[in-house]
Design a protein around this ligand. Structure first.
Ligand code: AMP
Ligand code: MN
Length: 339
């Protein structure tokens, strides 16, 4: 199968790959959209915006994800149409995979032999598609979806704009991460002109906590460990803690960002221990502290300021190593920190 790939946001290449994706989309009729397992705001926003755009073109569209959307996104327009399945045997003409660095991360089996269009901004994307649009300069995959929707000639409805804004608002860590560019604000401006209300979006996305979650935040911050003279915060959660606060896994979303509100803290690592012993590790950082570099050393990935991986084996065996590498990343990052 012919492969066409773009890795830099160089404008000629950019225009070329968008044009090729546009042509393939326009000449095909039935689409399946997917993204990474445990979808976040960028996965949901990118997929649903794309689905609305394909609807507008009269295409047949399904969205299939391995896991349900986080609860506070459920009442956003179009989110209810997301189907949950770990296996898809689609009768479609193309699968558009958004915000997913390799096909396995979809958690959806059966897509390998389809005509795959890969649209992603994660460094380390494996270019698994027939068409690969890989732009690490995009602050959110939603920025790329916005460009494609424009190229398809679909008007920016309020629904599409809402999902593009959702993708950007969440993937920039509510405009905290260092991946924001003038283009980010150009796109946001257009979404606001199309009817998005930033105040309502911020409230719906970030201020939708249950009382249980507030309790959980208290418990987590209370048990937070500080290392490296307070520059690294370590959080740990297990099911007993969730249960004690009447919470589920979904309620942990966003909590990782709270320690970064302390001036001294440069990075946070959050260990999420499930009952079967699996440990997922999430990391966040400020400025040039590169937690993605740490994640790749343990088989994971992500972005400079937000990355993660799953521990292969027992946490106790690698915990000290993880902290050591994070401390090294902090040392390195502080040397180039903007003043
Ligand atoms: P999270 O901490 O789960 O919100 O993830 C932060 C960032 O790291 C997101 O961009 C994820 O896609 C990425 N990420 C998390 N876990 C993994 C993993 N196991 N492999 C690759 N990327 C990951
Ligand atoms: Mn993203």
């Amino acid at each position: 199968m012919a492969r066409d790939t773009m890795t830099r946001s160089d404008s000629d290449e950019h225009t070329n790959i968008i044009g090729r994706i546009r042509d393939e989309v326009l000449r095909r009729r039935r689409f399946l959209l997917t993204s990474h397992a445990r979808p976040d705001g960028d996965s949901i926003g990118s997929q649903v915006a794309m689905a609305f755009a394909l609807d507008a073109l009269g295409k047949a569209v399904r969205i299939v994800n391995a896991d349900p959307p986080p609860e506070h996104y459920q009442d956003f327009p179009g989110v209810g149409r997301i189907e949950i399945a770990s296996q898809a045997t689609p009768e479609v003409d193309a699968v558009i995979v958004m915000e997913c660095s390799d096909l396995g991360r979809t958690g959806v089996a059966g897509l390998e032999d389809q005509f795959l269009i890969n649209i992603d901004h994660h460094a380390g994307n494996t270019h698994y598609g027939a068409l690969n649009w890989h732009d690490v300069s995009a602050a959110a995959c939603g920025e790329m979806v916005f460009d494609l929707i424009r190229a398809l000639g679909v008007p920016l409805t309020q629904e599409i704009a809402t999902h593009v804004y959702l993708a950007i608002l969440t993937d920039t860590g509510s405009f905290h991460h260092s991946n924001i560019t003038p283009r980010t604000f150009d796109i946001c401006r257009e979404t606001v002109e199309a009817g998005v209300n930033p105040a309502i979006m911020a409230r719906r996305v970030f201020d939708s906590n249950s009382f249980g979650k507030l309790k959980l935040i208290g418990a987590l911050l209370d048990s937070m460990e500080l290392v490296d003279e307070g520059r690294l915060a370590v959080l740990r959660i297990d099911d007993a803690m969730l249960e004690a606060c009447g919470c589920t896994n979904n309620d942990t979303e966003g909590i990782i960002n709270l320690p970064l509100t302390a001036r001294e803290i440069q990075a946070v690592v959050f260990f999420k221990v499930s009952p079967n012993g699996e440990v997922r590790v999430s990391m966040r950082s400020k400025y040039d502290v590169d937690v993605r570099f740490v994640a790749t050393q343990f088989g994971g990935g992500g972005h400079k300021n937000a990355a993660g991986f799953t521990v292969d084996g027992r946490l106790e065996d690698v915990r000290a190593d993880i902290l050591q590498r994070l401390i090294a990343a902090i040392e390195h990052g502080l040397q180039t920190r903007p003043q």
